[in-house]
Design a protein. Structure first.
Length: 163
């Protein structure tokens, strides 16, 4: 199958597929949490981010004209990275296309994309190894190094910008 899919940078017109696949990813990882959120919200956010075209991109894999995978990537900055670096924020492949070279192809495309941006580091937050060791093994096989867990805190949404 390696020759049957193509990889490209998503355009704003791809927002529906990118948003829907991202919802599918999060539903697979945490169904009880994502079930309370609408797919349409993810699609709208995808539209906003892809339309802005700054600091957020999606790489997509297509098979027979259908988008079958998305790798969402954003630009971050840190002193330890020497400035700008890339972060894979979401990465999803439809189940029937897994273990067919699509993921490795998207990782290679992300590496090239990052190199073109001048990034020296590309990071990804992997899910819990207890449930998702196969995912972690995939990243390790594709050149990533384990650097430790990542934590988050959800901040309250402000209705208007601070004065």
């Amino acid at each position: 199958m390696n020759k049957d899919f193509t990889i490209r940078t998503a355009t704003p017109a791809d927002y529906n597929a990118v948003g829907s696949l991202t919802w599918d990813l999060l539903f697979e990882l945490s169904p009880e949490w994502v079930a309370e959120q609408s797919r349409e919200t993810y699609v709208e956010t995808s539209n906003t981010l892809l339309s802005k075209g700054e600091n957020f991109w999606a790489l997509v894999a297509e098979f027979n004209g259908d988008i079958i995978a998305t790798l969402n990537i954003n630009e971050c900055a840190a002193i330890y990275a020497g400035g700008a670096f890339g972060e894979i924020s979401e990465f999803y492949i439809k189940p029937e296309f897994r273990s067919k070279g699509v993921g490795a192809g998207l990782i290679e495309a992300a590496k090239s994309f990052g190199a073109d941006k001048g990034w020296t580091i590309l990071e990804v937050g992997a899910p819990s190894p207890e449930q998702w060791q196969r995912t972690i093994d995939f990243y390790l096989k594709n050149g990533f190094t384990a650097i430790g867990p990542r934590l988050e805190i959800i901040l309250p949404v402000q209705q208007s910008p601070p004065a």
